[in-house]
Design a protein around this ligand. Structure first.
Ligand code: MIG
Length: 812
């Protein structure tokens, strides 16, 4: 059929959306067929809807109003997932039903509307009967019924409350310093959300990089909708029913965080900016003199010569290599900031080679796009072009060669000061895999592609080591390339409170490696606010202090002696917990699950969890209730079902209950789930300063429970070849005995340490006897000693480091 005729028929046969005469939606189903790729194609008045079964648990739905399904926008977002073995098609009188193992999509014939059900027949997602899928010129949108009991989470980096029910959210990466609770959009766009209703979860990933929006019942209380200003209506419905299943499946689709280097989980110190060299050296010296552990020092934009990326200020950093080497001697890794803007300066190598290689963005008429940022007038690399990413990678060599270990990508929304849109002009052309599309399609992925270029570049120069890249802007799947932080927050209690919903939603959106600027970026915190923020920071995977140019000193020792002591012990807690934190991050890299987990993720059935954004799980076993209000010295929290050990007082609490814990200024309330095992190491001043010897396994007694811990060299890729050690700790209880079984290491990594210690909580009385033996028949005794402290009721069992399986048998 020719295009004009198709257009005419579409106009004639499709429905105008009530209340909004511009939108056209679909009419009756004319026909359907199964395409060669086994997707279901449903035709209606010139339009086509494609439904693809991806594996057992995902359905991809696409609409082409003009009947032509366009080429995918896959790169770099969605990885191919195997098509379901046997998606089935069932014809009913009123509907055509397309199924994979866990989901079925019902297509109603009278009016083309979709309902997605799970295998138990529960409706997960249902098109609004009146509107359904619709288009208006280039804009596309779908409206869905919104069940009263359903709540929504995720959406990437968003301020305001965690549960986004009744909110309107926009996806357009934007640089908004000192944002507030209702500022939207922000720096990152992740068009994914998790819906939870009656304990049953499903996910929706809107696979579209244009300016898009999600209206979660703000316009109308019984409908939600999402759509974009261009591109395809192309979305994925992801089955649960457990919210953890949804996140694992979503991240299988878009990519997961690779295991970071262990040192990047240490404490990081930043400000805008530490310079000159002598000040950086003094900073490092002060950490070591004061015995406050730290691993990373950042250099913000002033390290460069006139903000020219890849250069060093002659005056402030005349010899970066020896400085970085001296800092490395003291256990410090140096991270530097990288902005995308390349200064227009013919005497500047990056500008000259960039221009010669055609790496910069241009207007449709071929003129260079020029925008002002820190260096003045700049050109902007087109990171959609593989050759440009390679060029960027080559530039990084100079930094890698002088010893830089961390690469902080900033301003990559991209932010531009002097253009009215505050970003690259919208008509500017990107290569976009040869499609040559405008900035409207490439804006939201710009930051992600810059991090991809950066990570791949660093890897190409130092292939044996895991890179550390941190970014401000990114898109769905960005966790494959970098960690992310929450941008320019404010030194206020409101912003401390906002850190939690922001990081929790990022985690639910597939990005586990997150954190906010500790103490707040804009302004200067009080000693109390800084101390409380640092305490929350222990449980943010990215634990980094940062502050704006011109603010008061913001180091752990900047608030007087009392706070210095408190902040030191807070950072020491982080270092003691590193073996656990690393285990949690390893789990995140394998499953996509976040490290910081909102209550709803662990307790989807509990109504108390739906709006709870003041407490969270860190990994499987720790419950953290940070102090978020000035003056508070106690903390009330909701304790879910089960037995819980107060980390500080070892007292057992039973849930479900509301409990109040002591929270003096030097303490962040933490509880350990019964059955939980927390590997701990001795305090050290930086990662790898000494072996983690002894490794202590804090075991909280629980019946028939299972826990894991993971170790490897923390730095190389040897773990991908099996050089790691994953152990399982099982507890089995009877009336007379409690047995703790530690499995043999899975993998060939052998830690350099001599001793292990089990610290067991949960025995009220001194045991009759304790044995530690290697497992199996004829187990050999390996007990070095055990002791029970009557006052604290701690049972400590010491054994030599064991490569094989072993167990502790406690007789009561
Ligand atoms: O226009 O490099 O969010 O962390 O210190 C400000 C200077 C540019 C914004 C980042 C902030 C950084 C600052 N940058």
């Amino acid at each position: 059929m020719n295009r004009v005729l198709t257009g005419f028929l579409v106009a004639l046969l499709t429905y105008p959306v009530p209340g909004s005469s511009q939108w056209r939606s679909l009419g009756a189903v004319d026909s359907f067929s199964v395409a060669s790729d086994r997707s279901l194609r449903v035709y209606s008045s010139g339009a086509v809807v494609s439904i693809e079964a991806l594996g057992d648990a995902v359905m991809r739905i696409r609409l082409a109003p003009d009947g032509e399904l366009r080429a995918d926008l896959t790169e770099p977002i969605v990885r191919p997932v195997p098509v379901a073995e046997n998606p089935t098609v069932e014809e009913r009188e009123d509907a055509v039903v397309f199924k994979n193992a866990l989901l079925s999509v019902e297509v109603s014939r009278a009016r083309l509307r979709l309902r997605v059900l799970d295998h138990a027949g529960r409706v997960l997602s249902a098109d609004d009967p009146e509107r359904g899928m619709a288009w208006d010129g280039k804009a596309v949108r779908v409206w869905k019924s919104m069940p009263e009991q359903e709540n929504y989470y995720g959406f990437g980096l968003k301020s305001g409350r965690m549960n986004k029910k009744y909110s309107h959210l926009t996806m357009w990466n934007s640089d908004i310093p000192a944002y507030g609770a209702d500022t939207d959009p922000l720096y990152e766009s992740i068009p994914f959300f998790l819906a939870v209703k009656g304990g049953v979860a499903h996910g929706t990933f809107f696979h579209n990089s244009f300016w898009s929006s999600f209206d979660m019942g703000k316009e109308s209380r019984d409908r939600y909708s999402f759509g974009a200003e261009g591109g395809d209506l192309d979305y994925y419905i992801i089955a649960g029913p457990d919210p953890k299943d949804v996140i694992s499946r979503y991240t299988a689709l878009v990519g997961r965080m690779p295991l970071p280097p262990l040192w990047s989980l240490g404490y990081q110190q930043c400000r805008w900016s530490y310079y000159p060299e002598e000040r950086v050296r003094e900073l490092a010296r002060t950490f070591r003199e004061k015995k406050i552990p730290a691993d990373v020092i950042y250099l913000d934009i002033d390290y460069m010569e006139g903000y020219r990326i890849f250069t060093w200020s002659q005056k402030n950093f005349p010899r970066p290599a020896p400085m970085i080497a001296d800092l490395a001697e003291q256990g410090f890794k140096v991270a530097v900031i990288l902005d995308p803007g390349i200064k227009l300066d013919t005497a500047y190598g990056a500008y000259r080679t960039g221009l010669a290689g055609n790496h910069f963005l241009k207007y449709p008429d071929g003129r260079l796009f020029i925008g002002k940022v820190w260096p003045g007038e700049c050109a902007f690399p087109d990171f959609t072009r593989p050759e440009t990413r390679t060029w960027w990678a080559e530039q990084l060599k100079a930094l890698v060669d002088v010893g830089v270990r961390g690469f902080w990508n900033d301003m990559n929304e991209p932010s531009v000061f002097d253009v009215p849109t505050k970003t690259v002009a919208l008509e500017v052309v990107h290569n976009d895999g040869g499609r040559r599309t405008s900035h409207t399609r490439n804006h939201n992925t710009y930051g992600l592609l810059m991090t991809k270029a950066t990570r791949e570049g660093v890897l190409s120069h130092r292939p044996g080591e895991r890179p550390f890249v941190l970014t401000r802007a990114t898109f769905a799947g960005g966790q494959s390339y970098s960690a992310a932080w929450t941008g320019d927050n404010v030194a206020s209690w409101e912003h401390l409170q906002m850190t939690l919903p922001m990081c929790l939603n990022l985690g639910l959106s597939g990005q586990p490696f997150v954190g906010s600027d500790i103490g707040g970026f804009i302004g200067s915190p009080s000693g109390e606010l800084y101390a409380r923020w640092l305490q929350l920071g222990v449980f943010m995977p990215l634990m980094r202090t940062h502050t704006v140019a011109g603010s008061a000193p913001q180091e752990p020792w900047s608030y007087g002696e009392d706070f210095e002591r408190i902040n030191r012990s807070t950072i020491e807690l982080r270092y003691r917990l590193l073996p656990y934190i690393y285990t949690v991050m390893h789990q995140a890299s394998e499953t996509g699950l976040p490290a910081m987990r909102p209550m709803i993720l662990e307790h989807p059935h509990a109504t108390e969890a739906s709006w709870n954004q003041e407490q969270f799980y860190f990994g499987d076993h720790l419950l953290v209730a940070p102090v978020l209000w000035p003056g508070d010295t106690t903390r009330q929290l909701w304790l879910p079902e089960g037995r819980w050990f107060d980390f500080w007082e070892r007292k057992v609490h039973s849930g479900p209950a509301s409990v109040t814990l002591q929270a003096p200024i030097d303490r962040v309330p933490i509880l350990v789930r019964a059955g939980g095992v927390i590997p701990l190491q001795p305090v050290m001043q930086f990662v790898g300063e000494t072996p983690a010897d002894p490794l202590t396994l804090l075991v909280c007694v629980g019946d028939s429970s299972i826990a894991h811990y993971y170790e490897d060299d923390g730095l190389s890729f040897d773990y991908t070849r099996g050089v790691s050690a994953r152990r399982t700790v099982k507890q089995v209880s009877s009336a007379t005995m409690h047995v703790i079984r530690v499995s043999a290491a899975q993998g060939s990594y052998r830690p350099a340490r001599k001793g292990l210690e089990l610290e067991i909580w949960g025995f009220e009385k001194r045991p009759l006897d304790v044995r530690a033996v290697t497992s199996g028949t004829g187990g050999r005794s390996i007990l070095q000693n055990w002791r029970f402290d009557d006052l604290t009721r701690r049972l400590v069992v010491a054994v030599p480091e064991q490569p094989l399986a072993w167990e502790v048998v406690i007789e009561r």
